[in-house]
Design a protein around this ligand. Structure first.
Ligand code: GAR
Length: 209
């Protein structure tokens, strides 16, 4: 699992963490392509700056979500990735493209899943009065943010937190979390077996921390 494709819609700090870890010799992998639904995404610029091929397609050029996904994932398939990492990819994925890649596609999500799926997770955590928040990396399944969780990072919610402070605290933990999880997948230590996350061949009792 050495060849990594990254899907990203936004600023691309998680992508940058992968690029830097690989350049620094801390992750034995290669980002072989970056794929986006937004041509102006920071992630696309970061990819190009690192000499990584970047492809962006415009959703409005396609009639349906499925047609867009098929076109984008046909470009993903062209680079023959072993692992597909959704790192701030903000579009829903159609079931067909997900199911065809189960066990080979992961997503980083800014909450302690199963809490706070979807968007605005930091605001939701504050509104709920949560005392703990964080990030999760999970295998992607057809259910939005509902696939088996591989690893989580926890942060406290502090009394004077707002979305900005809380999201910055979570993001700082996302990068090492993503790197550790991708490392475990690249090494073949962690894999999805019959819908369960296994570490060294044994089902996880709880997400890796
Ligand atoms: C990250 O916080 C990631 O967890 C979140 O988007 C941000 C992307 O930041 N992903 C989602 O909300 C997915 N539903 P980045 O572009 O700097 O990596």
């Amino acid at each position: 699992m050495r060849r990594i494709a990254v899907l990203a819609s936004g600023r691309g700090s998680n992508l940058q963490a992968l690029i830097d870890a690989i350049a620094g010799g801390d992750l034995a992998a290669e980002v072989v392509g970056v794929f986006s639904d937004r041509s102006r995404a920071g992630a696309v610029e970061r990819a190009r700056a690192a000499g990584i091929p970047a492809v962006s397609l415009r959703p409005r050029d396609f009639d349906t979500r499925a047609a867009f996904d098929e076109a984008l994932f046909s470009r993903v398939d062209d680079v023959q990735p072993d692992l597909i990492v959704c790192a701030g990819y903000m579009r829903l994925l159609s079931a067909d493209v997900v199911e065809a890649r189960e066990g080979r596609m992961i997503n980083i999500h800014p909450s302690l899943l199963p809490a706070f799926k979807g968007l605005h997770t930091h605001q939701l955590a504050l509104d709920a009065g949560a005392t703990e928040h964080g990030a999760s990396v999970h295998f992607v399944t057809a259910e939005l943010d509902g696939g088996p969780v591989i690893a989580q990072a926890r942060v406290p919610v502090l009394p004077d937190d707002d979305v900005e402070r809380l999201s910055a605290r979570v993001l700082a933990r996302e990068h090492p979390l993503l790197l550790a999880t991708v490392g475990a997948l690249v090494e073949g230590r962690v894999r999805l077996v019959d819908g369960q996350v296994c570490d060294h061949g044994r089902p996880l009792a709880a997400p890796l921390q």
